[in-house]
Design a protein around this ligand. Structure first.
Ligand SMILES: [Zn+2]
Length: 459
């Protein structure tokens, strides 16, 4: 039996409008006008009317550290995907590090698949990893179904995930060329960071001060690394994706590259669009991430880049750790673990930000759908299946009340450790229900009986 859903505000391919979604099994089969309810699907046989609630495609978060297997005490499949479902996210793409083993060969990928069995509330995929010395593993990883590969151009914080230089990047791009899979890069160069840090230490800088941390990771580290990545993407004609762009100083170079047709895409994260360095208290290491949250002017320039299409998508880089690793008592930015926990909050945070910036609701929802559903789905190669309410796509959607006002409390955080810089934030917009492949997985604070998420492999 088909299921039929309708609302006066559905984000369709032609924008936010009154529409009806017809779903057969796990997929959308048609999107029609509000009163185009197929015969035989009266209230008794499966019409769900969401009234005036906004219906958006299920969000896709292409940058999440799930950390399982091996560091499940930091975060795991059960808790991460539960938080995702509550936040209207129906697909996560897991980063290849902070788990043990790191996802740098097929054996590790299989260990991850085994660890995820039966625990995921939403669908997921796993990025593979490029480290110094694993070039011979990359073809097999690609063949095993990963949607792309991630690397670091600076120490990753994890000794087992060795950062790469230009020679390794060339080997990886040669392996990826022609496959269509992207190379994702943490774009900071070590040189400027090491030089700035040494100078700060020589001056006896106070490492409790956020300004010290910010100065230790200068814009130049991002700009120089992105320069190399643009050059290589152009030379190899192979897609390169800049994860978590924090420095707006790189935008003119990226604009030039895109105009020349260089296959390069760019992501920024919710924290860079919401917070600003001027507002971060000293010692508040729950705000620590790398690259760092920069100043207000930079934030405005990132918004401009996003609105102009220079930045393709917004992800969370949800990267939690046990709270004690944040060293909240000493508050030393150079010693605390870097990574911000936020999974499940991205939709209301971005909705609030767009509202404050004066976006009308239809424009705001269209932008959210492009940046947080269609964009990340495309990066991972699942654009026909995920992140869109169109015939043939999975019946993944969020029922969202964009006007509801609320304040983030610990009980609203559904990931493992309840430490987040968003605690206390006043937000607008609340997820009422989340549907995954035609099944309601979250509704009014309750999850479905059992998790039914599955891995999506790219073949
Ligand atoms: Zn990350």
């Amino acid at each position: 039996m088909a299921q039929v859903f309708r609302s006066t505000r559905v984000l369709t391919a032609s924008g936010l409008r009154a529409a009806t979604l017809v779903v057969e099994g796990e997929r959308i089969v048609s999107v029609g006008g509000w009163d185009e309810v197929p015969a035989g699907s009266g209230l008794a046989s499966g019409l769900t009317d969401f009234g005036d609630a906004v219906v958006l495609p299920g969000l896709v978060d292409s940058h999440v550290h799930i950390n399982e297997p091996g560091r499940t005490e930091w975060e795991g499949f059960e808790t991460a995907t539960r938080a995702a479902a509550a936040g209207g996210v129906t697909m996560l793409v897991d980063m290849p590090l902070n788990c043990v083993p790191e996802t740098i060969d097929v054996e590790a990928l299989e260990a991850k698949r085994a660890a995820a069995q039966g625990k995921t509330w939403v669908d997921w995929a796993a990025w593979g990893g490029v480290i110094r010395g694993n070039a011979q593993e990359l073809k097999a990883l690609a063949g095993a179904g990963i949607p792309g590969l991630k690397c670091f151009l600076i120490h990753s914080g994890i000794d087992g995930f060795k950062w790469v230089g230009e020679a390794d990047l060339r080997l990886a791009l040669a392996e990826l060329r022609g496959t269509g899979l992207p190379l994702l890069a943490h774009a900071e160069f070590a040189g400027p960071v090491e030089a700035a840090t040494a100078e700060l230490d020589r001056m006896g800088a106070d490492w409790r001060s956020y300004g010290t941390y910010l100065r230790s990771r200068p814009d130049a580290a991002e700009v120089e690394a992105i320069g190399l990545l643009v050059r290589l993407a152009e030379e190899f004609q192979t897609p390169v994706h800049i994860v978590h762009l924090a420095s707006a100083e790189a935008l003119p170079m990226l604009e030039g590259a895109k105009q020349r047709g260089v296959p390069i895409t760019v992501e920024t994260c919710v924290q860079y669009l919401w917070f600003a360095a001027e507002e971060i208290p000293d010692g508040a290491t729950e705000f620590k991430c790398a690259p760092p949250i920069r100043g207000r002017e930079n934030r405005e320039a990132l918004w401009a880049g996003l609105e102009d299409g220079l930045i393709d998508l917004v992800a969370t880089d949800h990267s939690p750790c046990p709270p004690e690793m944040k060293l909240r008592e000493e508050g030393l930015w150079n010693r605390a673990w870097g990574g911000i926990a936020s999974l499940g909050l991205a939709l209301p945070v971005m909705n609030t930000a767009l509202g404050k910036r004066g976006f009308a609701l239809d424009e705001a929802m269209g932008r959210l759908g492009a940046w947080m559903a269609a964009g990340p789905a495309k990066l991972a190669g699942f654009e026909e299946q995920k992140g869109t309410l169109t015939p043939g796509a999975d019946a993944d959607f969020v029922v969202f009340d964009p006007e509801a006002a609320w304040t983030v409390k610990e009980s609203d955080l559904h990931f493992r450790h309840k430490l987040s810089p968003y605690l206390g934030a006043d937000l607008r917009g609340r997820v009422k229900e989340t549907w995954l492949r035609g099944e309601r997985i979250f509704s009014a604070g309750e999850w479905a009986e059992k998790p039914h998420g599955r891995e999506l492999a790219r073949r």
